[in-house]
Design a protein around this ligand. Structure first.
Ligand code: BJW
Ligand code: ZN
Length: 252
């Protein structure tokens, strides 16, 4: 008799837990799906649209050149959304994993909502930047502004230059030091967890083949199969706020 989806998940959880128990070093690549159960919308579920605008038009250097006030309205709306939400049990489970592996655990996140840190994760690499930070186009200062609304033309308190969101937009390079650290963590890990990401955005998605090349086990946690599934040794298909706590439970 074929296994039910629940039985399949139990088998996959046991395999994933066994691999993790044998791993000295663990890396996680997380994406928008981890925060979905907190109430933060994912990118590709909403057809890549925000109030009728394509995400690429409000999250790109071209969009910024065309209409910076629209871009700030987009980010103020995102900041306001994040101000109302809390980390979920998926975030908490990753905090539990970091407690087990200590400095041999690296959480590489594409998320800009800051919920991993709010949950208590320490070794977090925010490769796409942060909704809470601004960057001054005059003096370059990067400042944590929390989640208060900033208006549609905020100015730098130090030099009165124009501020932009401290976010990596399409077509922009990632911060070199952060990206190098992410690649090193993927290269050196024994297990890579790929959680809540469609794995279509590069270079983030390249962490999967980087980890595999050195023989790491790849564990996918997602609602559905993704671009990364063919490279995964095991897939835990279900909401990460449910499956990650189950996985961490099986580690002890
Ligand atoms: C659940 C769940 C639950 C739901 N439980 N799971 C061709 C090849 C290679 C590269 C390129 C290329 N063409 C263009 C590029 C470059 C481009 C790129 O990759 N584009 C692709 C879309 C094709 N990349 C870049 O531009 C990057 N820079 C770069 O490459 O620099 C070098 C360069 C310079 C100049 C020219 C060319 C190259 C920068 C990428 C920056 C990405 N930034 C964004 C927007 C930030 C804006 C913002 O946040 O405001 O970051 S894009 C957007 O996607 C955001 C995310 O971090 C990122 C990833 O999305 P994510 O997290 O995977 O979310 P979703 O919605 O896609 O998926 C959610 C998943 O969760 C789904 O799988 C669900 O099933 C799952 N899920 N609920 C578990 N409860
Ligand atoms: Zn400044």
């Amino acid at each position: 008799m074929p296994l039910t989806p629940q039985e399949e998940l139990e088998v996959a959880l046991e395999r994933a837990a066994k691999w993790l128990r044998g791993s000295k070093s663990v890396c996680v690549l997380s994406g928008a799906g981890v925060s979905a159960e907190s109430g933060v919308p994912t990118f590709r579920a909403s057809d890549g649209l925000w109030e009728g605008h394509r995400i690429e038009d409000v999250a790109s250097p071209d969009g910024w050149e065309r209409d910076p006030a629209l871009v700030w309205n987009f980010y103020n709306a995102r900041r306001a959304n994040v101000a109302t939400v809390k980390p979920n049990p998926g975030h908490a489970a990753l905090v539990g994993m970091e407690k087990r592996w200590g400095d041999r655990f690296t959480l590489v996140t594409q998320n800009v909502d800051g919920l991993h840190r709010e949950a208590g994760s320490k070794n977090v690499l925010e490769i796409h930047g942060s909704l809470r930070h601004t960057r001054c186009l005059g003096c370059g200062a990067v400042t944590n502004r929390g989640l208060e609304p900033l208006g549609d033309a905020p100015k730098c308190p130090q030099c009165h230059g124009r501020l932009r969101p401290h976010i990596v937009w399409f077509g922009e390079g990632l911060d070199d030091d952060i990206w190098m650290a992410a690649m090193q963590a993927a290269d050196e890990c024994d297990a890579l967890l790929v959680v809540g990401t469609s794995a279509v955005v590069y270079p983030a998605a390249s962490l999967v083949p980087i980890a595999r090349r050195k023989g790491a086990t790849v564990i996918e946690v997602n609602l559905t199969r993704t671009e990364a599934s063919a490279q995964a040794d095991v897939g835990l298909y279900g909401p990460s706020g449910v499956t990650l706590p189950k996985l961490v439970e099986r580690l002890s």
